[in-house]
Design a protein around this ligand. Structure first.
Ligand SMILES: [Zn+2]
Ligand SMILES: [Zn+2]
Length: 309
């Protein structure tokens, strides 16, 4: 009895280690894409809020600001046991936003304030759709007491790092360029949401496309053509089939099923498809992959929080 208990404890311990180990799929020394959160509005403890970090030559760029993003990013840093040498939270200075839905923006105050509290001494630069400026102003207003106390109280801090240089973009095409990356925005269809975008990142050695939240459209296929990695949102078709009619209508207009994603991937031909913003609805990872396999035979990874590509 004691021996059986001992063995099962060892097995549990093993699975705990395996279950929490960070998966590394990256084959590049220059470009690392980290899924900070693979979640959606449902507050699953298994899926942190929707956010990605792209590190190019160790410079971090954030995409979307779902809840928990700074905690997840911190886990990459050596200070908190991560193996991204030299990466610090205060280094987060540039960020891109696909759209203003709350599951992509609840972490925005965290993105503005925590890296500043940790020492960022220059403004955060944010590139987002129309409305991002107003969201930013209102967040800063909501936190004015905190900012005032930190700047004028006893806390040693600077009066710069909490500021945000906000750049709203309205047109398809290049929205940002530096020596590490070029970022193109492309419009996606997300119900009747007027300003929903996907991004195509070109680094010195990779092309990475992020779908944002969307139902299928030709733009997604066009911008994903021959990308190294297509990070795409998805929902389970089996789960969808169990939903009431009004939710079926909602999801058909706003999101992409496994079968639809198979069609997109087979036409875009990316090197790898990574699933994020995943609505499992009770399905397993294997079931999602099986559904996609009915229409697409390329490599697909069901993204987990902190996966590196
Ligand atoms: Zn979303
Ligand atoms: Zn959305």
């Amino acid at each position: 009895m004691k021996q059986i208990l001992g063995i099962s404890l060892v097995i549990m311990f093993f699975f705990q280690i395996v279950g929490t180990a960070q998966r590394n799929f990256s084959d590049s020394e220059i470009t690392k894409l980290v899924l900070l959160g693979t979640g959606n509005p449902n507050p699953s403890p298994e899926q942190s809020g929707c956010a990605l970090a792209l590190l190019v030559n160790s410079t971090p760029y954030i995409v979307d600001f779902g809840p928990g993003l700074i905690r997840k990013a911190a886990s990459l840093t050596p200070r908190y046991g991560g193996d991204f040498e030299g990466f610090k939270i205060k280094d987060i200075k540039t960020a891109f936003l696909t759209h203003l839905h709350s599951d992509h923006t609840i972490g925005y105050p965290d993105l503005i304030l925590t890296p500043w509290v940790m020492g960022r001494d220059e403004p955060l630069s944010v590139y987002g759709p129309v409305g991002t400026g107003s969201l930013t102003e209102n967040i800063l207003k909501a936190y004015e007491q905190d900012i005032h106390y930190r700047v004028y109280g006893a806390e040693p801090t600077n009066d710069v790092g909490w500021r945000v240089n906000c750049h709203e973009f309205e047109k398809e095409g290049v929205i940002y360029r530096d020596s590490n990356i070029t970022v193109e925005a492309f419009p996606v269809v997300h119900g009747t949401w007027p300003n929903a975008w996907g991004f195509r990142f070109t680094t010195p050695d990779k092309v990475i496309v992020i779908s944002g939240d969307c139902k299928p459209s030709e733009k997604v296929v066009e911008y994903s053509k021959d990308a190294d990695i297509l990070v795409h949102e998805v929902y389970s078709k089996a789960g969808f089939d169990t939903k009431p009619l009004e939710w079926k209508q909602y999801h058909t207009e706003h999101h992409t099923s496994t079968l639809e994603l198979a069609d997109i991937a087979s036409r875009a031909n990316p090197g790898k498809v990574v699933l994020y913003h995943i609505l499992f609805w009770g399905s397993s990872e294997e079931a999602l992959l099986e559904e996609i396999k009915t229409g697409y035979q390329g490599e697909v990874v069901v993204g987990q929080d902190l996966d590196v590509f």
